[in-house]
Design a protein around this ligand. Structure first.
Ligand SMILES: [Zn+2]
Length: 300
């Protein structure tokens, strides 16, 4: 008999699932294509056990996605699947959890950087638009860059790369950036006949601050959700500016709100019915919502 994981034990029937974004990353197991979905976050007791403020964000990202993942392979293989996803896809999956059941729209609150203006700007971006941007960029697995006159191939960072970078100590940001770039860049040109493999064949060796700028520039188009930039025309003064938007932070903010809503549910039901946390989570979500509505009616 297969061992049941916590996620399976917690699975309510008729969960409102949405497809895991960019399903082409699903892979194949036992000769059949993997189908994966996400369930909403902020439903089960296990959703309260995650510290969404933790600085170990790549780890928390994997934990959140792991909990909400449905379908796919058994157990540990799913962790591997999530770690091997590119950072951009992991962000898209987090954003899906954050807004897919709530209109699928992300409201961005920006401010015009023009000194004479400084007015607040509102911009709506849909999950569909972001998925489109990610899918278009993701069609290419690597991109070519010329560093020191030699052709190199650049790939996107994955969750696993982030984990590896986290385990290292760097003296400053520049050193960290150089290291990150080195792990993503490979020499593409074949060696000349008779040329011995030399130090300069070390991935990204000889990379300097100029090379770093080229890589950053290339990455912005190649991996657009990681350092997301929206080009916005101010409705007040007409000026046009690039706005850097931290999509991961936006997703985490929404997930923290979902966690707080669930805590609020526990609090109200416990106070009203004197149920323990365990008793509350034994009640399926639709019935909890019904009880909450009744409590609200009584309080009116
Ligand atoms: Zn303006």
């Amino acid at each position: 008999m297969p061992v049941m994981t916590m996620a399976e034990r917690e699975q309510e029937p008729d969960e409102p699932l949405v497809p895991f974004p960019c399903a082409d990353g699903g892979g194949v197991a036992d000769g059949r294509a993997m189908e994966r979905w996400l369930r909403p976050f902020g439903v089960y007791e296990s959703d309260l056990r995650l510290d969404l403020r933790s600085a170990l964000r790549p780890v928390v990202t994997t934990r959140v996605l792991e909990r909400c993942l449905r379908g796919g392979a058994e157990g540990a293989a799913e962790g591997e699947f999530l770690w091997n996803l590119t950072v951009g896809r992991r962000i898209l999956a987090l954003l899906t959890l954050a807004v897919a059941w709530d209109g699928g729209c992300i409201e961005l609150e920006l401010r015009c950087p023009e000194a004479s203006c400084g007015e607040a700007l509102e911009l709506d971006v849909t999950l569909e638009e972001l998925a489109g941007i990610e899918a278009e960029a993701g069609a290419r697995e690597r991109v070519e860059v010329t560093i020191d006159g030699r052709l190199h191939a650049l790939r996107r960072p994955t969750g696993r790369d982030q984990l590896e970078w986290m385990s290292r100590r760097f003296t400053d940001e520049r050193e960290a950036m150089l290291w990150m770039a080195r792990t993503l860049v490979r020499l593409e040109e074949p060696r000349e006949p008779g040329e011995m493999p030399g130090l300069d064949e070390t991935p990204g060796a000889g990379m300097d601050i100029d090379a770093l700028a080229v890589i950053e520039e290339t990455m912005s188009g190649f991996d657009p959700l990681v350092n997301f930039v929206a080009f916005v025309r101010c409705v007040h003064c007409g000026c046009e500016h690039d706005h850097e938007i931290d999509l991961e932070e936006i997703a985490f903010r929404r997930l923290r709100q979902a966690q707080l809503r669930l805590l609020g549910t526990v609090h109200r039901l416990a106070r009203h019915y004197h149920w323990s946390e365990q008793e509350i989570f034994a009640v399926p979500q639709w019935r909890r919502d019904y009880y909450l509505a009744l409590i609200e009616q009584e309080n009116r």
